[in-house]
Design a protein around this ligand. Structure first.
Ligand SMILES: Cc1ncc(COP(=O)(O)OP(=O)(O)O)c(N)n1
Ligand SMILES: Cc1nc(C(=O)O)sc1CCOP(=O)(O)O
Ligand SMILES: [Mg+2]
Length: 343
């Protein structure tokens, strides 16, 4: 039989504690939206929810607080003491808010029926905030990555990519046109984990299904690959979708179809993609003048010609051989990044 330990203040105390918890969590998320993402709309969503919580936090609930006799104040979990990355911090606080809102929804029903309804609605608002936040945080990270490594098959692919990540790389695409699906899936999984360990983004080439399976940050599609609309259905609203373009018409179409970024190239002829003619620096310059979305110059780019590509307007470049075939991928990455940061 359950021991009757509650008194008339039990429910108000639970509500008071969880109103605080939800409000504090929202404040942490709001600060990131405001100062990290500089997204005033998301920050405002948080603020409005905080204000609604404050309206429910009446003096009747506040005076029920009894901190000295609360056995929970001394309880912490080791995971609360450390946050390995901003993603981790956001995730932990979103979880805290959602838990608190669920408590407010359930115990609120015993206090005032309207409270249960209000906090159920707010819980759904927080799910949609979470979804927007994941996409925005990814996209900001994408935009702040001046160098994009597209891999080529190599027995040492993991150690080459890790060496580049140690050199400061923050954006990697796994491109493998020949391996069987099971092999691609296995390598994609490993590369994705490796990139996330270094707080870098992982994009899958061609295959939206593999991108989804391994929890990649996005997928890159060429003109011959599946449509952006179909890829969006597969990977969901929060992953990044890129599309290769070689001319202004393809650029306009990719933008109209909802690409998050476009590839611009091949800038120079390249043995990595021998059948695709070079588009030259004029198209790079066209992208600089006309693309409203992020674009990345690709094709034949290395340390020797990088300054010309930058002078034509590129702020982000993608390379295969310049890192995958470098004697020292860490050094090669650092050198490419150093030139890009001077732009
Ligand atoms: C960043 C980036 N830009 C262009 C491409 C080329 O994509 P696609 O035209 O589909 O050719 P494949 O790479 O699939 O052979 C890319 N992969 N990444
Ligand atoms: C994979 C790829 N796509 C291109 C495009 O223009 O669409 S060029 C390219 C290969 C780029 O390799 P490297 O840096 O070794 O020249
Ligand atoms: Mg492709």
């Amino acid at each position: 039989m359950l021991k009757e330990t509650h008194n008339s203040l039990s429910i108000p105390r639970i509500l008071d504690a969880n109103l605080n918890r939800a409000r504090e969590g929202l404040r942490i998320i709001e600060e990131w939206c405001r100062f990290g993402l500089e997204n005033s709309q998301l920050a405002d969503n948080c603020k409005q929810m905080r204000q609604e919580i404050a309206r429910w936090h009446t003096s009747e609930l506040r005076i029920a607080r009894d901190t000295p006799n609360d056995p929970g104040t001394a309880l912490t979990h080791p995971q609360e003491e450390t946050r390995s990355s901003i993603d981790h911090l956001l995730q932990a606080n979103l979880c805290r808010i959602q838990e608190a809102l669920r408590v407010l929804e359930e115990y609120g029903k015993l206090y005032q029926p309207q409270m249960g309804i209000a906090f159920k609605n707010m819980r759904y608002q927080v799910y949609s905030l979470e979804s927007n936040l994941v996409k925005q945080t990814r996209y900001e990270k994408y935009k702040k990555s001046p160098l994009y490594l597209v891999t080529s098959p190599d027995d040492n692919i993991l150690s080459i990519v890790e060496a580049a990540l140690q050199g400061g790389l923050t954006l990697v695409q796994y491109r493998d046109k020949n391996s069987e699906d099971t092999i691609q899936l296995e390598i994609a999984q490993k590369l994705c984990q490796l990139c996330h360990k270094y707080d870098a983004l992982f994009i899958m080439n061609d295959r939206a299904d593999i991108a989804l399976s391994v929890n990649a940050d996005g997928v890159h599609l060429g003109q011959q690959d599946i449509s952006i609309a179909l890829a969006r259905q597969i990977v969901g609203p929060n992953r990044i979708i890129g599309r290769s373009t070689t001319n202004p018409q393809e650029m306009a179409k990719a933008i109209a179809e909802g690409a998050d970024y476009i590839g611009v190239g091949p800038v120079y002829a390249t043995p990595t993609k021998p059948d695709k003619p070079a588009v030259g620096l004029d198209y790079v310059n066209y992208a600089k003048e006309n693309s409203p979305i992020p674009w990345v110059a690709i094709g034949g780019i290395d340390l020797n010609n990088l300054n010309d590509v930058i002078s034509a307007g590129a702020q982000q470049v993608a390379v295969v051989r310049a890192i995958m075939k470098a004697d020292n991928p860490t050094k090669a990455t650092q050198e490419l990044l150093a030139k890009l940061s001077l732009k």
